[in-house]
Design a protein around this ligand. Structure first.
Ligand SMILES: [Zn+2]
Length: 544
């Protein structure tokens, strides 16, 4: 399919008239979720006719190649963040449009005349100050704030149509790269993951724009809307505004300039979004809970006497003759413990005998199903001097698994490189449920993998642990701290440590998203990387 025509700049009056009639706009049948809505088009047609000033020559100076609406909305002169207009000729942001404002001065000094208010999306010709209502600007309005209808959203998981950037290059909407601004690959991987969990994505795409909306929720919504947009000017998005808000809201626990722990960030983001959506402690009180929250039963066995380290190959066994405390608790993710890290690494043991020391066969492997036995209700786990048994009694629609690769605390948090093996289809999480709960589920309790976030490299960046310690004390750092030498050293790698592998529901194909890089991936490679966070979708909720 040929790329749909975009409005182009041209000098002659005929072209200008053609745009006004709408013939240069993409046909309504174009499947991108970008149409702004026919009401707006109708209004602009009738109002445009009443405005005698509209001059196609001004609109022809609009230069889409210069436009980028991912930046923080600050006036390029005053650095103010209120009432910001983008100059559609050079792309710079200026405050205000009245006399004595930066936008007004810019229009006179540089003879750039078409501006758009980044909040209201109304376009004006300056310095004259009249509003331009021309449908040829709709693609620009959509680039600032993409709009979706429930109909478009319902089609996202079945639509295979390509998007096209300004240069006519095809891309897959939903599978676009996110800029690595500094050291934010942990944020990018988590955003990519959540943008592909349908209930979360759909909520964000259709979130009503309300005054007083929490900024984090609103910026995440704008970011995800851009990611799924079928008519991006460039086929990647910068998460700058979102990341800035994350840093502010988390009191710099999660920052742009220091790689963090993707799972810590995911947990924080889910809890913060839950609160912003009006969620409470109640089950199902936000889309975050209806999507990810399950319930687990913890049985705690009391005293020291109940521990018998000698039995069952050294594994502690609960003393069933003593009373046990049973409590049910909600969970948003299942943490999976890896077997202890081996003492010898691949560098010291070269089993292949070729002397290159580079051999992964000595790296232990474990099956995901073995890790899940932690939750079978009979495995006893030592915690704070007591023995506990865990068993889920209700499984959510989407299960988040956190494979614990990093030892807690200390700047030298080392990574456990154990390879986790798993099938990507039909994992029977339901087998963990006790019989009574299993019958209550009366649904398919097998799950398919839809997201696999992997960590690449030897250890968590040192500064991630530093930031964790700051949060533990509850004290934000007094001032913006420059990177410590350790942090800079750990982050000097050009490679991003976090990579998201994501399944496209429409095609069933897998993609690897590593910041700006997006490429198809073979499902076989999923087990080869060091899986860190997985999201599993219950089979009855998939579109197929
Ligand atoms: Zn300009």
């Amino acid at each position: 399919m040929a790329p749909p025509k975009r409005p182009v700049s041209g000098g002659d009056a005929a072209a200008s008239k053609q745009r006004k009639l709408g013939s240069a706009n993409p046909p309504a049948a174009h499947a991108s979720p970008s149409a702004a809505g026919s009401d707006e088009d109708a209004a602009s047609d009738s109002d445009a006719a009443t405005c005698p000033h509209i001059d196609g020559a001004y609109l022809d100076t609009v230069n889409r190649a210069c436009l980028d609406f991912d930046f923080e909305q600050l006036c390029s002169v005053s650095l103010s963040s209120s009432n910001i207009y983008a100059c559609l000729v050079c792309g710079k942001y200026y405050q205000g449009r009245g006399k004595q404002t930066q936008a007004y001065f810019h229009s006179i000094n540089d003879s750039h005349h078409v501006f758009i208010n980044l909040r209201t999306l109304r376009a004006y010709v300056l310095p004259d100050g009249y509003e331009v209502k021309d449908r040829s600007l709709n693609d620009i309005k959509n680039a600032v704030q993409p709009q979706y209808s429930p109909h478009h959203v319902a089609q996202l998981d079945t639509c295979l149509e390509s998007g096209y950037d300004l240069g006519g290059k095809p891309y897959r909407p939903g599978f676009v790269g996110l800029n690595r601004i500094k050291h934010n690959s942990y944020m990018n991987a988590v955003v990519q993951a959540l943008a592909h969990v349908p209930p979360i994505r759909d909520m964000l795409l259709l979130l009503p724009d309300r005054d007083g909306q929490p900024a984090l929720l609103q910026r995440m919504a704008v970011l995800v809307r851009k990611m799924w947009h079928g008519r991006l000017f460039k086929a990647h998005v910068s998460p700058h505004e979102f990341a800035q808000e994350v840093a502010d809201r988390s009191r710099r626990r999660f920052r742009l300039d220091v790689e963090g722990d993707a799972f810590e960030f995911l947990t924080w983001l889910l809890n913060t979004l839950h609160m912003d959506l009006g969620g409470t402690r109640k089950k199902g009180s936000s889309v975050i809970y209806t999507t990810f929250q399950g319930q687990i039963r913890a049985t705690t066995h009391g005293s020291e006497a109940s521990r018998d380290p000698a039995s069952e190959g050294g594994r502690p066994q609960p003393d069933t003759s003593q009373s046990a405390v049973v409590e049910k608790m909600p969970f948003l993710a299942l943490s999976l413990e890896l077997p202890p890290k081996p003492l010898f690494t691949s560098a010291s043991v070269d089993t292949s005998g070729d002397g290159d020391g580079d051999d992964r066969t000595d790296i232990p492997q474990v099956a995901l199903t073995a890790l899940l036995q932690r939750y079978n209700g009979s495995t006893a786990i030592e915690s704070n001097g007591k023995l506990r048994q865990y068993q889920p009694v209700r499984l959510p629609q989407y299960i988040i698994c956190h494979i614990k690769r990093f030892s807690k605390g200390g700047p030298m948090a080392e990574k456990n490189p154990t390879v986790v093996n798993f099938p990507i289809h039909g994992v029977r999480f339901g087998d963990l449920l006790p019989c009574d709960a299993s019958q209550q589920h009366c649904r398919d309790t097998t799950y398919d993998l839809i997201v696999n976030i992997c960590h690449i490299g030897q250890q968590m960046p040192a500064a991630a642990n530093t930031s964790g310690r700051q949060s533990d004390t509850g004290q934000p750092p007094p001032v913006a701290q420059p990177d410590t030498p350790t942090a800079s050293a750990a982050n000097s790698s050009a490679e991003s440590p976090f990579v998201a592998y994501i399944r496209c529901s429409a095609s069933g194909k897998w993609y690897m998203l590593r910041d700006l890089h997006v490429e198809p991936a073979m499902p076989q490679v999923l087990c080869l990387s060091d899986s860190y966070i997985q999201i599993w979708q219950r089979n009855d909720s998939s579109v197929h």
